[in-house]
Write a new protein. Structure first.
Length: 381
């Protein structure tokens, strides 16, 4: 495309807020925010249903695609061939290859950890594996499955699957209720609808809250969850924060504490999809942890990151959440553990934001599930 024509296209997009057929490095739009003008820059394109992004030490990005592929993306937007050695995944509806994070000792051992829908004779289940990444050779070696849910129903919904390493080196794994099995979220003998905590080798940490309790799965950290697709450590306290999908209403942000019950499906703000009837017995109960905030109507949150960078000083300390149904990026301003305010960004673009990460450059990176883009937010000048 001639330079003048490309410039005209980009300017049109910036004014109208429309997605562009642009090249890596192009500004797709400039949008307003409380921090001033923000440029939305295309980093890479051509991905198929990207789900998660992790930054490698050399600036490249490791990206999962839900159909079952990993790719390496260079800083200038070149997308590699698929990485070999990824195990078979159950790629159906919401299922497939999901989150990926670098291990705590990646610089030494090159280990990555990833979650996926593992096919079984009875159906499928959320599983977690680790492997050694050869980023130049585009292959995984030494793949080890570390954890799998103890139930494997059929169906393609509610896998959870966010992975977060705690400061002590243990790994938090979020697990969905698999939609039709929501009552299991209250059953400590089931992994469905839970957040679990395992050691980096897959073993059970002895200080998990239900270790030694009869009838309880020892991996469980918290329970009463529906479908947690956002998780991050608070940068000051190191506490685990999560968010989860409600049905019709009741998307929640939670401070996710050891041994606590988060209510689903007994205590919830949600309603049934078909009838619109309230689910459960109400929205509060003394033994259930209340959400820090909730969205009704639902925004379908996915991906989450605390912002600690210098590029946007006014955003420092904020929590960013991608929204699928809401087609936007939500910024939550915080006062300690209290949600003090909300700003809705990028609604002009109308993209399904699947993942949110802060890059090593202090900028925010987004996975756009709609068009297979990696996007970067920069100060607009």
């Amino acid at each position: 495309m001639p330079a003048i024509s490309r410039l005209a296209l980009v300017l049109t997009v910036a004014v109208l807020g429309l997605p562009a057929a642009a090249a890596p490095g192009d500004t797709l739009a400039t949008v307003r925010s409380a921090a001033g003008a923000v440029k939305v820059v295309e980093v890479a394109a051509g991905l198929e249903t990207p789900w998660s992004l992790a930054f490698l030490p050399d600036g490249r990005m490791l990206v999962t695609e839900r159909p079952g592929r990993m790719r390496i993306v260079s800083p200038d937007g070149q997308v590699s061939a698929p990485v070999a050695g990824v195990p078979a995944v159950h790629a159906r509806s919401q299922a497939g290859l999901l989150d990926v994070v670098l291990g705590p000792d990646f610089a030494r051992d090159r280990r990555i950890y990833f979650s996926y829908a593992e096919p079984t004779p009875g159906g499928a289940r959320t599983a977690v594996a680790r492997a050694v990444l050869d980023a130049d050779g585009l292959r995984l070696t030494g793949v080890e499955r570390l954890f799998a849910q103890n139930e494997d129903p059929g169906g393609g919904a509610h896998w959870g699957s966010r992975l977060v390493f705690g400061r002590d080196g243990t790994l938090f794994v979020t697990l969905g209720d698999r939609y039709s099995y929501r009552d299991q979220a209250q059953d400590l003998g089931s992994h469905l609808g839970k957040v679990v905590r395992i050691a980096a080798d897959g073993s059970v940490p002895p200080d998990n809250p239900f270790v030694g309790r009869a009838g309880a799965m020892p991996e469980i950290w918290s329970y009463g969850h529906r479908n947690v697709q956002g998780a991050a450590l608070h940068p000051q306290s190191g506490a685990l924060w999560t968010h989860e999908h409600g049905p019709q209403g009741g998307d929640e942000v939670n401070l996710t504490l050891a041994g606590r019950n988060y209510g689903w499906p007994v205590i919830t703000y949600g309603r049934e999809y078909i009838t619109g009837f309230r689910i459960g017995e109400g929205s509060a109960r003394a033994d259930v942890e209340p959400p820090l905030t909730q969205w009704t109507p639902s925004i379908a949150p996915s991906g989450m990151a605390f912002y600690t960078g210098d590029a946007f000083p006014q955003w420092r300390g904020s929590l960013f959440v991608g929204a699928l149904r809401g087609s936007m990026l939500v910024r939550l301003s915080l006062d300690g553990n209290r949600i003090a305010g909300e700003e809705r960004l990028l609604r002009e673009l109308g993209q399904r934001i699947r993942d949110v990460r802060q890059g090593p450059d202090g900028l925010l990176y987004l996975l756009d599930e709609s068009d297979g883009h990696i996007l970067r937010l920069e100060p607009g000048g």
